[in-house]
Write a protein that binds this ligand. Structure first.
Ligand SMILES: [Zn+2]
Length: 381
């Protein structure tokens, strides 16, 4: 059913177009033209101006065929991580890799190629399918920015698939919610040798706070990390500024809240303990905390029709899927928040976000086949 040569050529073309986040202009042009060739009604939303990138999200509609079923969403992202300048995909023994010191971009061009091939097959075999809404987002890799600024009023679908997990033979129905955290500690600067009594070391406050902070894997649901620490000016100055950047994520919204508060609390304790008398005034380190919701929880019930149908389709192809949790957020988190029940299917990409990234043509084929079968099943209202 799948035209492997066509699928492989499509992936090669997509991978050859460099498209790091914010620089999706060229690939968006290519995709616009490609989806139009396939008979899609292609539209770009206004996300580009909001996020300062070259292109917005592409929303492509295909009318249903021989079906009165509700529309289905299919989605991947067109941006990649870096290094992505001059990607040269190489196909050897059925495996795509990058030729040089760049990523391959199978994350997430594998997903796009599979969606395109699935649509080609549906068209050429005149298979029944519901209306399809294909959303190819921008700037996924830099905080799901495209999906965050997606004009969802343009979408009718209430369920669908995102193809954006690595590996093959699995689908994620849960993914954590996450907060990004930024903490600024402001101490008091003084000469480290001549006048340390009149200083408050922001570095020491940070160290005390972190030493009492629960970090790493908190429990089965929750993780937390301080990933960046910056501060200090010179070895002979008691440091005034420290910035801590971190995150917390959890499969439980309340646990995320608790962990976030715990981290702030540790900083407050350390700041409160930093009091010294300066010019007769008790003085302590000051704290600024910024909590930014990174992405919302994704929690699709295992009996959701979209997941049941996908698993049944995989079953029929004798390639059963493992249903599990993903450790990180994807566009699927946001689609679910928008009321579009969406699971995240593995697209076959491997070792993503590294120059060793690769994808097997066999896996591209297998996933495209599953997508075709799933869409046909969804045609039955
Ligand atoms: Zn991705």
């Amino acid at each position: 059913m799948i035209n492997v040569k066509r699928l492989s050529d499509e992936f090669f073309r997509l991978a050859s177009i460099s498209s790091p986040s914010f620089h999706e202009g060229e690939i968006a042009d290519y995709l616009t033209q490609r989806f139009r060739e396939l008979g899609g009604d292609v539209e770009m939303d206004d996300a580009a101006s909001a996020i300062g990138g070259e292109a917005g999200n592409l929303i492509i509609r295909f009318a249903g065929q021989h079906s009165t079923a509700a529309p289905v969403l299919l989605s991947s992202h067109m941006d990649t991580v870096s290094p992505a300048e001059g990607v040269q995909p190489v196909l050897e023994n059925g495996v795509f890799r990058s030729a040089g010191e760049t990523i391959l971009g199978a994350d997430d061009k594998s997903g796009i190629a599979e969606i395109i091939e699935a649509i080609c097959v549906l068209k050429e075999q005149d298979l029944p399918h519901p209306p399809l809404e294909v959303v190819i987002t921008v700037c996924e890799e830099v905080g799901l920015l495209g999906a965050k600024h997606l004009d969802v009023s343009k979408l009718m679908a209430r369920h669908g698939l995102v193809l954006d997990t690595s590996g093959v033979g699995s689908v994620a129905h849960m993914a954590p919610c996450a907060n990004k955290l930024r903490f600024l500690i402001e101490g008091v600067e003084s000469h480290a040798g001549l006048d340390p009594e009149h200083g408050i070391s922001a570095i020491q406050v940070a160290a005390k706070a972190i030493s009492i902070m629960k970090l790493g894997r908190i429990d089965e649901q929750t993780t937390a990390n301080i990933g960046i620490i910056q501060g200090g000016q010179a070895t002979n100055i008691v440091p005034r500024h420290v910035q801590l950047l971190g995150e917390a994520r959890s499969f439980d919204e309340q646990a995320l809240q608790r962990q976030t508060e715990h981290m702030i609390d540790c900083l407050k304790q350390a700041a409160d303990a930093s009091v010294v008398e300066i010019h007769g005034e008790p003085t302590q380190a000051q704290l600024t905390t910024e909590i930014m919701a990174d992405y919302p929880l994704m929690d699709v019930p295992v009996d959701a029709p979209v997941l049941q149908r996908l698993c049944a389709a995989a079953e029929r192809l004798k390639r059963p899927l493992t249903v599990g949790r993903s450790g990180g957020g994807s566009d699927a988190n946001l689609f679910n928040q928008y009321g579009i029940q969406t699971v995240n299917l593995a697209s076959g990409m491997q070792k993503v976000h590294s120059v060793n990234e690769f994808v097997l043509v066999d896996d591209l084929e297998q996933v495209a086949r599953l997508v075709v079968t799933f869409i046909q099943d969804m045609a039955e209202a």
